[in-house]
Design a protein. Structure first.
Length: 225
């Protein structure tokens, strides 16, 4: 996919004007899936129950497939499909490669996926998601927050970083034109000791003083049309 930087800049400015509130997360996919009050999961599934037909969900980078459990716990009538390149997890996925995906989906979720891919491949995944979405479908993408300096050193497998304004602009330039939701994700680990809780709070204050953004991740959710 070729990037038109003039178009990207146009949509960056559009994103700059949008509100980007903070979501609190434990950072634990299992806990979030099983927490009926998880705001992040609630956003993912917010439009599915409005469908007159049975919705189809594609989880790219499915891992332990906790999102399948999340649908079940919330009694959402949807067919779940998982995609992951791993053949060593012991899990049976529906797809092991983005090019093998067939069918049309009402929700495509990529949690912490595209930062592990080079830019060309990341853009390819996003473009493929657009192609397989139904006309009323949504994509939800989460990535590390590049404005949090800790993210630079957190994981050596992160190869591409996207500011949230760039992610939004890329999705718009691919063709996504529906309602868009931007969120910053603050990971607040559970069961912290007093010492670790104090460090967490001091770090949050220090980041604010230094002008850094404390939330650890960001999310862009956007409709196809």
């Amino acid at each position: 996919m070729n990037i038109d930087f003039w178009v990207i800049e146009k949509y960056r400015k559009e994103a700059d004007k949008m509100k980007c509130p903070v979501l609190i997360s434990t950072g634990d996919p299992e806990r979030e899936a099983k927490d009926i009050n998880s705001k992040q999961i609630e956003l993912y599934f917010s439009h599915l129950q409005n469908y007159k037909k049975r919705a189809k969900v594609l989880d790219i980078g499915a891992g332990e497939m906790w999102l399948k459990e999340a649908l079940k716990i919330r009694n959402i009538e949807a067919d779940y499909y998982g995609l992951d390149i791993s053949t060593e997890s012991g899990k049976k996925y529906d797809f092991y490669d983005i090019d093998s995906v067939t069918g049309e989906y009402d929700l495509v979720i990529m949690q912490e996926v595209i930062e592990h891919l080079n830019l060309d491949k990341g853009l390819y995944y996003l473009k493929k998601a657009y192609e397989i979405l139904s006309s009323e479908g949504f994509i939800a993408v989460t990535i590390p927050n590049i404005l949090n300096p800790i993210q630079f050193f957190k994981d050596f497998s992160h190869v591409t970083y996207y500011p949230i304004t760039d992610l939004y602009a890329i999705l718009r330039s691919i063709g996504f034109q529906g309602v868009a939701i931007l969120r910053r994700i603050e990971i607040k680990p559970y069961d912290l000791s007093y010492k670790k809780l104090l460090i967490y709070k001091l770090r949050k204050i220090l980041f604010r003083i230094m002008g850094f953004d404390f939330p650890h991740g960001v999310m862009c959710m956007i409709g196809k049309k």
